[in-house]
Design a binder for this molecule. Structure first.
Ligand code: 2P0
Length: 341
């Protein structure tokens, strides 16, 4: 038996991926940019074993067996990595025909809008690549993308761009690292878990419905995102927190505006999410400049970006604004330093 075990962290989008131009190949309608968390914090951990004695491919997620054959994305990731292995001269240690058993665990809520599929599929594809001796390069990101779009960004640390690409086969829809986490070492993320229940409308169906029904989404993809992506890359390069924060918050707001413009609408943020938004704007107003930025994915949980020097003051203000005895609301709060690579 041969085995490989890897961990992959979640990434949080700054410029959001929302909408596909090809559902099967998972090709997006716009570029997206994200920041990857420390691999020791919110992550997926996957072990893959290959053995001559296994009768069929099997997969367990958080201890529960998942139907393998019925999961086209899972099958596509396995086929994709095996194809790359063949292109690199075949799996060197054992025949590619051997079946695999895959066990994956998330150390955070699954499908609560906390990028669990991003970490999960990135981890699966990377672990398969290790097992079959396939190198991490842009081709591997195209396989992770076919597991879950945002997964291609979790193959790299730091700041990462998923390029939309223009080819019909998706070969140029790849993730590239813009800069490693060490480029902006005092950048922190705080995750505010408002609700860790499984979300009602998943991202895949939410964005599909948006492409079909939103009058605003094409304007966003063609007129807004290209400019914002350019500006955010410059902000990251210059470590310009003010520009970074402005673009990030506007991106979050536009994602949720598109979700509401979808018919029937997708409502991901709740009252607590909106009070976090208000809190951040009031906090920045009092600070006299932008000290903190929020972003919300397809769920109610908030992600705050803040520089190291402002973390203690911000944490104290959050605890005052969302006191422990008032919640249900903010159940869990964790500072996640960006790792040194
Ligand atoms: C993102 N999200 O850029 C955006 C922002 C959620 C909001 O990527 O259908 O789970 O598997 O490609 O990757 C969530 O979508 O969707 C997502 P599929 P995915 O991070």
């Amino acid at each position: 038996m041969f085995t490989a075990t890897c961990v992959a962290p979640v990434n949080m989008a700054l410029v959001k991926y929302w909408g596909k131009r090809n559902e099967e190949l998972i090709l997006p309608i716009n570029d997206s940019i994200s920041m990857t968390l420390d691999a020791n914090e919110m992550c997926a951990k996957t072990t893959v074993a290959a053995s001559e004695s296994f009768k069929e491919n099997r997969m367990w997620l958080n201890g529960d067996e998942q139907p393998f054959q019925a999961n086209a994305r899972l099958q596509r990731c396995l086929d994709g990595v095996q194809r790359l292995a063949l292109a690199h001269g075949g799996a060197h240690r054992f025949p590619l025909s051997w079946k695999v058993h895959i066990a994956s665990h998330n150390n955070f809520p699954t499908a609560a809008g906390l990028a669990s599929s991003a970490a999960g599929y990135a981890c699966l594809v990377y672990t398969l690549a290790r097992l079959y001796d396939v190198p991490l390069d842009e081709q591997l990101t195209t396989i992770a993308r076919q597991g879950s779009g945002s997964a291609c960004r979790s193959l790299y640390g730091g700041f990462v761009q998923w390029q939309r690409g223009s080819s019909a086969d998706g070969s140029d829809s790849i993730a590239v690292q813009l800069s490693p986490a060490t480029h902006w070492p005092n950048m922190h993320m705080l995750i505010l878990v408002v609700n860790d229940a499984r979300k009602k409308t998943g991202s895949t169906s939410g964005m599909q419905r948006a492409v079909e029904t939103s009058a605003l989404i094409q304007h966003r993809a063609t007129q807004v995102v290209p400019q914002r992506s350019k500006e955010l890359k410059v902000a990251i390069e210059k470590r310009d927190f003010n520009a970074f924060a402005t673009i990030t918050m506007k991106e979050s707001n536009q994602l949720h505006a598109i979700a509401l413009d979808t018919f029937p609408p997708c409502v991901y943020m709740n009252d607590v999410s909106h009070s976090i938004v208000n809190f951040v704007h009031e906090y920045n107003e009092e600070a006299g400049s932008l000290h903190v930025a929020y972003t919300f994915d397809a769920g109610p949980n908030g992600c705050l970006y803040v520089l190291d020097e402002h973390v203690p003051h911000l944490l104290a203000a959050i605890q005052l604004a969302f006191p422990n005895d008032a919640q249900q609301s903010v159940e869990y709060l964790k500072g996640i330093p960006v790792p040194a690579v």
